[in-house]
Design a protein. Structure first.
Length: 259
């Protein structure tokens, strides 16, 4: 499938976790993509065509984000993981690989603990590990970052290899769809989830992907200690959003392990 011939379709699934919007392309073994906080399936816009050459690629809008149903209460990381499985059930998918970025990676951790039989590879992309003290020290900045949905070009330009006006518009569109309450709630879910204990309990097949200038590579030693057999790939000149910084390299990294 040539990139220019890739057709991405939109769908909605009625699930126990509410109405979930997703974008889909390709055929073959399923690969589910989970985006980061405040974003949507569009985070993988430039990656889907690369991956859909050999796979059925499904990128969701996590509940409370994008065009999925809004949240009426606080959700935990296990709640979001349950929703991934609910989406799979609604789409008739018994087993899949899954790649999650940032909070999406933390959701992958929980899937690997509680639903390992439903998954092949679990890609933990730019997945944060913070101590309680890290959370406490950084919380004022987190509250401001996610408490105000719209951001300026200058505020986020350093987070991407090459920010464009179109990407800024998409960024702010997605953040406003999610809203500050949901985004801050996601951060509380991350803060309340013991990712270190759950990394040690993963029963699936995890793989780890970093951007070499992203914030989570600082926790690499934890992944190496707790997941000593997990493949690990560091993408050059990529930050916290490697799928946007270098879509082809990101897809190649996943495919090198999937195939």
């Amino acid at each position: 499938m040539a990139l220019e011939n890739c057709v991405i379709t939109d769908g909605f699934a009625a699930t126990k976790s509410g109405r979930i919007h997703y974008r889909e392309a390709g055929t073959g073994a399923p690969l589910i993509l989970l985006h980061s906080n405040g974003c949507s399936a569009h985070e993988y816009e430039d990656v889907i065509a690369h991956l859909a050459k050999t796979r059925r690629v499904i990128a969701w809008d996590m509940p409370g984000h994008g065009d999925s149903e809004p949240l009426m209460k606080h959700w935990s990381i296990p709640d979001y993981a349950d929703a991934v499985v609910d989406l799979m059930d609604a789409l008739g998918i018994d087993r899949a690989s899954v790649a999650g970025s940032s909070v999406g990676g933390t959701i992958c951790v929980d899937l690997g603990v509680r639903y390992a039989a439903r998954f092949d590879w679990l890609f933990l992309v730019e997945t944060p590990i913070r101590s309680l003290q890290d959370w406490l020290d950084g919380w004022p900045g987190i509250d401001i970052n996610f408490g105000v949905p719209s951001q300026t070009f200058e505020q986020i330009a350093q987070r991407f290899r090459k920010l464009t006006p179109a990407k800024l518009t998409r960024w702010n569109c997605d953040r406003n769809k999610a809203g500050s309450k949901t985004m801050v709630g996601v951060m509380w879910a991350l803060r309340d989830y013991d990712v270190l204990a759950n990394l040690a309990a993963i029963k699936g097949k995890p793989a780890v992907i970093y951007g070499d200038v992203g914030p989570t590579i600082a926790g690499a030693a934890h992944f190496e200690r707790l997941l000593p057999d997990a493949p690990s790939i560091t993408l050059a000149d990529c930050g916290h959003f490697p799928m946007a910084d270098d879509p082809e390299a990101f897809a190649t990294a996943l495919n090198s392990i999937l195939t």
